[in-house]
Design a protein around this ligand. Structure first.
Ligand SMILES: *Cc1c(COP(=O)(O)O)cnc(C)c1O
Length: 368
């Protein structure tokens, strides 16, 4: 069968390998498996979330509240914005797809960093839009601006992933603002803040406040998610924050009942347990130091990370795919970055005992 031409250039997205598959393929019991591949919260989720899901389980025969007013009000209060400045998606992924569909097409391209979240490009290609990428892997705003200037009329939307997945770097707010100031109001600038709470805790200069962002710049869209620090990856909840004009456009792309009732309840409950998030962030950066020390001791390069993962870069002596494969056989799941053209791995920071297992299992692999 022939399909739409633009599908030919799309690589099917592969997430972290699920525990279920590792169990089956390698016969490893689930309690021996350590998954550090999808930037999930190693503490799980807040007990308040579990309680909310239990409490509302019997309501699932009804369609969700499509106004999503409870969650919107909680988010509006958290960020000091109006509920009209919010859209909720099945993961912020879905909001990315709305934004791309609203601003890109055959004639209007998407501009991103060379190595960044793969879904920006996939959503663009689905609708036949081209993707322009900066030469450097990590975000370099001078390069973004050079490309923007050169192709100004051909660019509909710019994605800044701050901090960046899968590399971990971030940018200072002031530099980001200086950049956006030079961009035409007709070009949408998306700040994907999936890991912003981690970055803000590590370095306040990197913190981008959604309210200030959209008040300062009418053409910006801020994205947040419950999948990382809140530990709700399985519930699929994310959000977009922008001025009403942008919201009107995004709502035209939204399917009805796009977020399940239990997901809405879970996210609202998660917002009530800030202590859980604080503990997550604290563990993250104290454990990340162990990874940095380990890397230095073993002469492995790493990228300074503002997220809940760290990216280790190997030299020619080691092959990231081989290392990933050998770790898998030991029950350790991490993310190989070969598909991004990088001889490195991305490791989600886990609990102390999970990180110890990782160090233990990878050490002999590095001695070869
Ligand atoms: C995880 C992630 C998202 C969105 O995740 P959802 O689970 O769809 O909310 C968006 N952007 C980046 C950079 C991410 O790492």
């Amino acid at each position: 069968m022939r399909f739409n031409r633009q599908l030919e250039s799309i690589k099917i997205y592969e997430g972290g390998k699920p525990i279920e598959l590792v169990m089956r393929e390698y016969g490893i019991p689930p309690e021996k498996i350590v998954k550090l591949a999808s930037n999930e919260n190693p503490f799980g989720t807040s007990p308040k979330v579990v309680e909310a899901i239990r409490t509302h389980a019997e309501e699932v025969y009804m369609y969700p509240d499509d106004s999503m007013v409870e969650l919107k009000e909680a988010l509006a209060q958290k960020f000091g914005i109006g509920t009209k400045n919010l859209i909720i998606g099945a993961g912020s992924d879905q909001v990315i797809s709305f934004a791309v569909s609203a601003k890109a097409n055959r004639y209007k391209q998407l501009l991103t960093a060379r190595t960044t979240f793969a879904m920006y490009e996939i959503y663009a290609r689905q609708i036949g839009a081209k993707v322009l990428k900066t030469p450097s892997r990590q975000h370099n705003l001078d390069e973004f601006y050079t490309l923007y200037k050169k192709h100004r009329d051909a660019i509909g939307i710019i994605f800044l992933c701050l901090p960046n997945n899968p590399l971990g770097e971030s940018l200072d707010k002031e530099d980001v603002y200086d950049f956006i100031r030079k961009i035409d109001d007709n070009t949408m600038v998306v700040v994907d803040g999936a890991y912003q709470d981690f970055a803000a805790a590590k370095d306040p200069k990197k913190r981008i406040d959604p309210r200030e962002l959209i008040e300062t710049f009418p053409n910006t869209l801020y994205l947040g998610t419950f999948s990382k620090s809140y530990g709700l990856g399985g519930m699929r909840v994310g959000y977009g924050i922008a001025r009403e004009e942008i919201m009107q456009a995004l709502y035209k792309m939204r399917p009805p009942f796009n977020v399940t009732s239990l997901s809405l309840k879970a996210a609202a409950a998660a917002l009530e347990d800030q202590a859980f998030v604080d503990r997550t962030i604290e563990n993250n950066f104290s454990e990340m130091r162990k990874y940095e020390d380990f890397a230095k001791k073993n002469q492995i390069d790493f990228i300074e990370s503002y997220t809940n993962f760290i990216t280790l870069l190997f030299d020619d002596k080691h092959n990231s795919s081989e290392i990933a494969q050998m770790l898998l056989k030991k029950g350790i799941i991490i993310r190989d970055l070969k598909s991004y053209g990088i001889n490195g791995i991305r490791v989600t920071i886990g609990l102390p005992e999970q990180n110890e297992r990782f160090f233990e299992e990878i050490s002999p692999l590095l001695q070869r």
